[in-house]
Design a protein around this ligand. Structure first.
Ligand code: PRP
Length: 175
């Protein structure tokens, strides 16, 4: 099997877009400590790069969930593998994702995290595939809208590979 990756979003373009996003995030969270929650594992690159560009105080936490099957229920098929470690009550939370596809993960996480009473809860994603959306959710900061293609790199994997690529690429697999 041959796997071919073509660059979709180059590293420099990601960096440029992150500068714009961080400017908006900084002004929205002005004077606040930002509690960044990364959704493992795909969001790690974005989380780190955003955090390095932010000038205000930042706290990190992580959550890892698995979803099973393609059912449309928001919570029935979802399991928390690793929960956040610190209380977010009264905190200004920025949830970071690498990609939003059906929106099932985010729909579940927003309901779950809201129940923990943060002062505010905003969402940032590098990639959005609006064509694939099933759940009606709103996202505050979106890096790039992309078509429904299989993408890897900058946190995104194919069978756990390619997460370390510094760019976003489309993956083609030939038998
Ligand atoms: C991916 C991605 C989102 C979710 C998006 O995670 O990081 O969390 O899927 O899909 P959805 O909008 O349809 O819910 P994945 O389960 O592949 O885990 P990973 O980040 O560890 O690769």
């Amino acid at each position: 099997m041959k796997e071919t990756i073509s660059v979709l979003i180059p590293e420099k373009e990601i960096d440029k877009r992150l500068n714009e996003m961080v400017e908006t995030i900084s002004s929205d969270f002005k004077g606040k400590t930002i509690t960044i929650i990364g959704v493992l594992k795909g969001s790690v690159m974005l989380m780190v790069d955003i955090a390095k560009k932010l000038k205000q105080p930042v706290e990190f936490d992580f959550i890892d969930i698995s979803s099973y099957g393609e059912g449309l229920t928001s919570s029935g098929n979802i399991k928390i593998n690793k929960d956040i470690e610190n209380s977010i009550e009264g905190k200004y939370v920025l949830l970071v994702e690498d990609i939003i596809d059906s929106g099932r993960t985010l729909n579940y996480l927003l309901n779950y995290l809201k129940s923990k009473k943060p002062a505010s809860l905003k969402v940032c994603t590098l990639l959005d595939k609006p064509e694939r959306r099933v759940f009606d959710i709103s996202v505050n900061y979106i890096g790039f809208e992309i078509p429904d293609e299989f993408v890897v790199g900058y946190g995104l994997d194919y069978a756990q590979k390619y997460r370390n690529l510094p760019y976003i690429g489309t993956l083609e697999i030939e038998e």
